[in-house]
Design a protein around this ligand. Structure first.
Ligand code: ADP
Ligand code: ADP
Length: 226
């Protein structure tokens, strides 16, 4: 586990657009932090900076007590779950989950242990030999989560992982993610524009607007104000 601390983080894109204007956020060990706010407010930019997919132009990003501004994505001990699940269509569910681990040269026995464990947690065990096209949207999204889980990262980053699912499935998956979080207790940062999703999932809610943090706190305290 690890805390994530953003200290006066800024992002000015090439061309001069200031997308993030000095953001301070502290996510404690094992907490589920949700970044919420309207489209264009900078949620994705901030998350991508934590992931190392976007350079930081000011301030510091600290993961587990280490400033990672200059650290490569692969060395940050994070795993990201994306909106479009980007599964390999020709590979089985098992191989999709095993791919990154095998790439890193992990022994096959350990790969199998990790994939089997993730499949059990995600209730994908009966589907391990199927191809992605033989799965429902929700099952595919669970495989995408499985690929993150097998890495056993210190931090999970979620970029609107449910926004491509229909309403009913979105609600079901929200519950799944919450259960998973309670079980794994991994520090998480989750981006969404959906307030209800944010309220259901968050231990700590960060409301953003125009590249700045508008409010931070417990979701009930934020949304139950008169
Ligand atoms: P959100 O995730 O909240 O919808 P983004 O982080 O994607 O917001 O974008 C924040 C702002 O930064 C938007 O105004 C967007 O147009 C701008 N932006 C995003 N990516 C780039 C880029 N590569 N170059 C310039 N501006 C960008
Ligand atoms: P490996 O993980 O063995 O490096 P991959 O092909 O899975 O091989 O990943 C290629 C790159 O993308 C690596 O830098 C890896 O750290 C990164 N990566 C892969 N999957 C994820 C993920 N779910 N979240 C964050 N980074 C990832």
């Amino acid at each position: 586990m690890a805390n994530v601390t953003l200290r006066n983080v800024r992002k000015t894109y090439t061309g001069g657009f200031e997308a993030i204007k000095g953001v301070n956020v502290d996510v404690a060990d094992g907490q589920f932090c949700v970044l919420v706010g309207p489209s264009g407010c900078g949620k994705s930019t901030l998350l991508r900076m934590v992931a190392g997919l976007e350079t930081v132009t000011g301030g510091e990003i600290d993961i587990g007590g280490r400033v990672v501004n200059q650290v490569e994505p692969a060395d940050r001990d994070i795993a990201m779950v994306f909106q479009n699940y980007a599964l390999y269509p020709h590979m089985s569910v098992f191989n999709n989950m095993a791919y990154g681990l095998r790439n890193r040269g992990m022994k096959e026995a350990e790969v199998k242990t990790r994939v089997d464990e993730a499949a059990r947690v995600l209730e994908l065990t009966p589907m391990l030999e199927r191809k992605p096209r033989q799965l429902s949207g929700g099952q595919r999204q669970r495989v995408a989560m499985g690929r993150a889980i097998v890495r056993q990262p210190k931090v999970f980053l979620f970029d609107e992982p449910l926004s491509n699912l229909d309403a009913k499935l979105r609600i079901a998956m929200r519950v799944e993610i919450r259960k998973l979080q309670r079980r794994l207790n991994t520090t998480s940062i989750y981006v969404t524009h959906d307030q209800l999703e944010a309220m259901t999932l968050a231990d700590i809610l960060v409301v953003m607007n125009g590249g700045q943090v508008e409010q931070v706190g417990n979701p009930l305290a934020i949304y139950e104000k008169p």
